[in-house]
Design a protein around this ligand. Sequence first.
Ligand code: SAM
Length: 405
Amino acid sequence: MAWEDDGLELLPEAVVPSRIPSTHPLHQPWQLTARERERYRLMAQRSREQSRRAAAGELDPLHEVNIPSLDTRDLMPRQEPNGLRALSLYSGGGGLDVSFERAGFEHVASYEILDHAAETLSRNRPEWEVHGGGDGDVHGVKWKDWRGRVDVMHGGPPCQPFSNAGRQQGHLDPRDCWPATVNAIRAIQPVAFVAENVPALASAKFADYVRDVIVEPLERSRPRYYVHRILLEAKDFGVPQVRKRVVFVGFRSKKAYDAFRNPTPTHAWNDPGSDLPATMGVRAALGLPQVEEHPDGLAPTIRSGLTGPRHTTSICNSTSAARSWAALGLWPNGVAATRQAASAFPTDTGAFRLSVADVALIQGFPPTWTWPSAVYQAVGQIGNAVPPPLGWAVAKAVTKALSKA
Ligand SMILES: C[S@@+](CC[C@H](N)C(=O)[O-])C[C@H]1O[C@@H](n2cnc3c(N)ncnc32)[C@H](O)[C@@H]1O
């Protein structure tokens, strides 16, 4: 855009600090030059103006309101009640909670520190016991009170201390909640637990951490836990996204531990030789046309979390992810609140603007799960979540192991 670049070359090339204060000691502000900062400021200004015009109906829609072809409920058929009770920690917007519910578990309670995430759970399931805000902080709960009332405890402690996108400070990061998770397991003594995190936690860098903080304390505790560590990929469960996860699955009984089998893929991506149903590409899943200039594929990993000092409605993780989104003809920034709003607000590049419902679909949430929060909070919750079809497969594998013990 010519007007955007006018005069920018006069600005210095040197890095200048952001004027927006960082709200977290571990946040790494972007190192930008004055020229880059001004370019982003102008882009944001233009985007706000376009958004205003779109809301006023002044722009011609670029694309129709999309009707998805993928119904994620088909990826995780609801199972009969299995008689097992599930307690959820770090529940976020409910990825694992949905997984366990659809796998036939009875939900007993959720604990989540963010009020707006707890609100998502309560709005979708008014009958659930949801502890949110200070009441949902795992550090303040008397977990022993849950002993005997829970069969499986599940949760995904915050991943920022380990994520490649952060400083990877592990136990030095105040957000590290693994010790609190292990304490909860030891106090509650569930028959099994499921704890999920970013694949970086399975890397050599954190091998000592995993042994010292997670596995050994549980193997030494009374009762003792036997712990599997598995790596799973969302695309193997029909989710149209590149997303790898590490999952710790622990059992109190050695027999259940031995009976446990890693969840086997339910779908196959780009493998014509496979007998499994094919994982859809993201364009097909969203109901977009197949066009030569944008070959279909898996969406890049959706950005996790509510890091950084700014509220963002972007789900883009990195510059290489930005290239992948562009190749797919999808616009990963300025996610719109609804499909109607996305269609009314064309992007500068002509790429398809995503809505909250589209992002939730790309993460595998059922279309009936709704997001009552502001868009930046909703995309943060979705990006943080376990893709429900992947969690469902784990929950089913746990059910099977327990039934054999
Ligand atoms: C990786 S997300 C979990 C996502 C969730 N398992 C799902 O599938 O949607 C981690 C969550 O832990 C929450 N959290 C962080 N610290 C917490 C604490 N001390 N107590 C309770 N929840 C906490 C965060 O707000 C975030 O929603």
